[in-house]
Design a protein around this ligand. Structure first.
Ligand code: NAD
Length: 371
């Protein structure tokens, strides 16, 4: 079935085109397991997932001499969603910055118009012991989503050097246009509507003009979402509150640089990097889904990687791009059931305890989905 461009996907579509970008290191290991789980969902609910595997990162450099071939961009654009493993590795570490495998990620974000990054920080009760916070702080679990603006702000603003009285100075400009703020705010409010109708916008409006602009536009957008309880918080306070009382947060929306830091802080609370999914969305629900972790070259191809972050990323794909909440719930419940039964991959297992291999973990989750 042919697929319209990103953002134009028809509703009620039962066939979904997914571009698979396994990448490097453990990327192929974990993507294989996520596909196993998606296929089980397809079987159970009558959907057809049609995959096209493309190259990116070091694998693409080795095969065709560049980290993001045009064919990869084309296939991703012509798909309903993208599932990515990870890119990079020791083999390519000596290449100059602009030729490194990791450039493929920036290229994909830009080419696919991915302006919103969603990073859930979900603490599974079963893994509470991995949380570095005191048990009373996280009692009852933790479920936060950080919505980070991904293609604007200081990382993309004007930058350079100039001579000053104090010597050579370097500068990076934080700049946000109305539409950039509005569209990320809409993503965050929509997310809040699907969850607990609570949104915290994080900025530094006591100091930065760009933050005052941010706050004003977010307030404007809030007029369209009267049911959502909106609050504003300065980034320094938010960073502190995240470890003091993280349960006060539900959905957080923030700029590129603040989101970069806050999403990592939030995710640390949940324990292992092998459990963290993410999504990057464009207009119209098109999205690229990937685990937060990297290519872990130290364990690549050894059946040691935890595939749960990628499987949970696939669940986000079901929920946010395909609108299949029941199926997404099913995948998340399957992961939880494997954890509840004591299943732990090497990153989660206590020293001396037996760990599940990557394939075994994927099999158990797929079986739990099939029930
Ligand atoms: P990493 O996330 O790859 O690994 C950090 C540590 O966590 C390693 O000890 C690794 O074995 C472990 N780990 C990571 N994922 C795991 C999993 N699913 N299961 C079990 N253990 C896991 O970070 P790094 O070592 O800093 O980077 C390795 C390479 O990955 C570098 O080339 C880096 O640039 C790249 N990278 C890519 C992405 C991406 O593709 N999105 C993100 C971060 C890093």
């Amino acid at each position: 079935m042919s697929s319209p461009p990103p953002g134009k996907r028809r509703s009620m579509q039962m066939n979904y085109k997914i571009a698979l970008v396994p990448g490097d290191g453990i990327g192929p290991d974990v993507v294989t397991e996520a596909v196993k789980v998606l296929d089980k969902i397809g079987e159970k609910y009558g959907h057809r997932f049609q995959y096209t595997t493309v190259l990116a990162g070091g694998a693409a450099i080795d095969a065709v001499g560049e980290c993001l071939p045009q064919n990869t961009i084309d296939v991703c654009r012509n798909s309903d969603a993208v599932l990515l493993g990870a890119v990079g590795g020791w083999k390519w570490d000596t290449l100059p910055g602009d030729q490194r495998p990791e450039r493929a990620l920036l290229g994909l974000r830009k080419e696919l118009g991915l302006f919103a990054n969603l990073r859930p920080a979900l603490l599974f009760e079963e893994l509470a012991e991995a949380c570095p916070l005191k048990p009373e702080i996280i009692e009852g679990g933790l479920d936060i989503v950080v919505v980070r603006e991904l293609t604007g702000g200081i990382y993309f603003g004007e930058k350079g050097y100039k001579d000053t009285e104090l010597g050579r100075a370097a500068y990076d400009v934080e700049q946000y246009a109305e539409e950039e703020i509005r569209r990320i705010a809409v993503v965050a409010f929509d997310m809040a509507m699907k969850r607990n109708k609570k949104l915290t916008s994080v900025d530094k409006a006591n100091v930065l003009e760009s933050s005052r602009h941010w706050r004003n536009i977010v307030k404007e957008v809030s007029g369209e979402y009267p049911e959502v309880e909106l609050s504003h918080m300065y980034i320094d306070n938010a960073a502190m509150q995240m470890v003091r009382d993280p349960k006060q947060f539900d959905v957080i929306v923030t700029s590129n640089i603040f989101g970069d830091i806050l999403s990592d802080e939030a995710s640390m609370i949940t324990g292992s990097i092998g459990m963290l999914p993410s999504a990057s969305l464009a207009k119209g629900n098109f999205g690229m889904y990937e685990p937060v972790h990297g290519s872990a070259p130290d364990i690549a191809g050894q059946d040691k990687a935890n595939p749960m972050a990628t499987i949970l990323s696939a669940a986000m794909m079901l929920r946010y791009t395909f609108g299949l909440s029941r199926e997404a719930d099913d995948v998340e419940a399957a992961v939880k059931s494997v954890l509840a039964a004591g299943g732990r991959t090497s990153d989660l297992a206590r020293p001396g305890k037996e760990a599940l291999g990557t394939k075994e973990a994927g099999d158990l989750i797929a079986t739990a989905v099939g029930k």
